[in-house]
Ligand binder design. Structure first.
Ligand SMILES: [Ca+2]
Ligand SMILES: [Ca+2]
Length: 286
């Protein structure tokens, strides 16, 4: 009995250590359901489906470039909790993994979602197929399970000055993918928001600012594949002030907020769409 207690305590301590060091295990973050999400997110969850868009719809090069993330600008201006929400995916047979990396005076990193495929069991969710065109069942003997639309995790309270990156491990739960980097070495397909860090040298993420959330979409195929950039789509809540700062909307005089929102499209860091109808229209024109 004593031994069992000791083993349980040791397991708890080991898990605690891995969270503190940022080397997240499968259960490092508590994945919560959309029903447990903040009201502000819940009320616009359906609107996010436009950012999933269509499977295999190739974006044009200008659009991809305009929505590129400048990692040096993805920095918190004020302390804030960071929440990451799964929106949907068009990854086909791939089942990707999403990690984060937060850098201030130290580096914290870890897995957020180990299987960013959509859960077949969530199909009663309204407009499910628009978020999840090809859902999956859980894999046997894997701790990570497919996600429901709107599943989310709090990845910690972060300080002003923290730089964020998000990393997509392509098809990780099935063993990952690999290819040759520019030195000719065979390496895994792990995609950063930062094109310069990607082993195939290509841009693998696009980003939007939408209603004080940052919405990001990854292209998961080595070499860019179909370039639909919606193979894993997620939204990040870093707080209104931080989101607007990152998107270049500062200061925030409320009467001119509309003008600012419409004006940032030309800045190149993030493009924005004032209304969801505009997103659908813009995407259909690509
Ligand atoms: Ca796709
Ligand atoms: Ca793709």
């Amino acid at each position: 009995m004593k031994n069992q207690l000791f083993t349980a305590l040791l397991a708890a301590l080991t898990l605690g250590t891995s969270i503190l060091s940022g080397n997240a295990s499968a259960s490092a973050f508590d994945i919560k359901s959309r029903d447990q999400s903040p009201d502000a997110f819940k009320s616009i969850l359906q609107e996010f489906r436009a950012f999933v868009g269509e499977e295999a719809k190739t974006l044009n090069p200008e659009t991809i470039k305009a929505k590129q993330v400048d990692l040096s600008k993805l920095q918190l201006k004020v302390d804030h909790d960071v929440n990451v929400f799964f929106i949907g995916e068009t990854a086909g047979g791939y089942r990707n993994r999403l990690d984060f990396k937060a850098t201030d005076s130290t580096v914290a990193s870890g897995k957020i979602f180990g299987d960013t495929s959509c859960n077949t069991g969530d199909k009663e969710f309204f407009n499910f197929s628009d978020f999840c065109p090809n859902p999956n069942d859980p894999l046997a003997n894997k701790a990570d399970k497919p996600l429901n639309v709107g599943d989310w995790a709090n990845i910690g309270s972060m300080k002003a000055g923290t730089n964020l990156d998000f990393l997509l491990y392509a098809n990780d739960i099935n063993g990952g993918i690999s290819g040759k980097d520019k030195s000719g070495n065979t390496v895994k397909g792990i995609w950063s928001l930062n094109q310069a860090l990607n082993p195939d040298g290509l841009q693998h993420a696009i980003a939007y600012y939408y209603k004080d959330y940052l919405v990001m979409g990854f292209e998961d195929l080595w070499g860019g594949g179909d370039k639909d950039y919606n193979d894993t789509v997620f939204a990040i809540d870093i707080g209104k002030e931080n989101a607007r700062y990152v998107a270049g909307i500062t200061p925030i005089p409320e009467p001119s907020a509309t003008l600012a929102l419409l004006g940032i499209a030309g800045l190149g860091l993030f493009t924005t769409r004032r209304r969801i109808a505009a997103v659908v229209k813009a995407d259909s024109a690509l």
